[in-house]
Design a protein around this ligand. Sequence first.
Ligand SMILES: C[S@@+](CC[C@H](N)C(=O)[O-])C[C@H]1O[C@@H](n2cnc3c(N)ncnc32)[C@H](O)[C@@H]1O
Length: 203
Amino acid sequence: MLKEKILESSLGYALWSAPINNSKEAAIKSMLAKCPGVNRILDVGCGPGTNAHFFSGWDYVGIDLNQRYIEDAKKKHPDKRFFSADATGLDLDGERFPLILINSLMHHLSDEECAKLLEGIRPILTEGGRVIVQEPLIPSDDERLMRFLMKQDRGDYFRTRLAWDEIFAAGGFAVAAEEFYTLKLVGLISGWHMYSVLLTVSE
Ligand SMILES: C[S@@+](CC[C@H](N)C(=O)[O-])C[C@H]1O[C@@H](n2cnc3c(N)ncnc32)[C@H](O)[C@@H]1O
């Protein structure tokens, strides 16, 4: 499909996501402020390095399934490490991280794939490590424009807040902080509602 082809190119994805990135970035900054002193991060489903600019001076590793995104991210951020990998079967040669970012990846994954992702990242976290996740919430029936926009997204798994919390809990994670916001597209037009969380490994 033409839309898929365009979005799978880094430029196409950058143009599609540019209007919504501001609100997503504000939410990431807010969660990062709750993790002082951390300067090493794994960005899972990093796209073409969309969020890498936040982590200037950090030890940053980005992984994504899309090889073209990874090649472009490497060119844009030569000081950072990027690998093509499947997030549902992560193998990082024993590397561990105090912080993992999962920004808008999990609504591309089924419940089973989310379970594999969370199972795979638990051993990659250092003691007391945390995970920032932000994902879209399924709009209510009367939010017709949002429902239309949701159908334009490549992800097939928009979920309710309850469904997200169940996935996190089943994966062995607890929500330590949460924020809700609505993506702004242009002018008065809103995109969809977002759920941003800071997760810790459950006791
Ligand atoms: C909506 S984009 C988000 C990209 C980036 N995190 C951002 O904030 O712009 C979702 C990303 O997840 C990647 N992706 C989808 N399934 C994946 C998987 N199984 N493993 C790794 N990356 C995956 C896609 O290639 C895409 O780059």
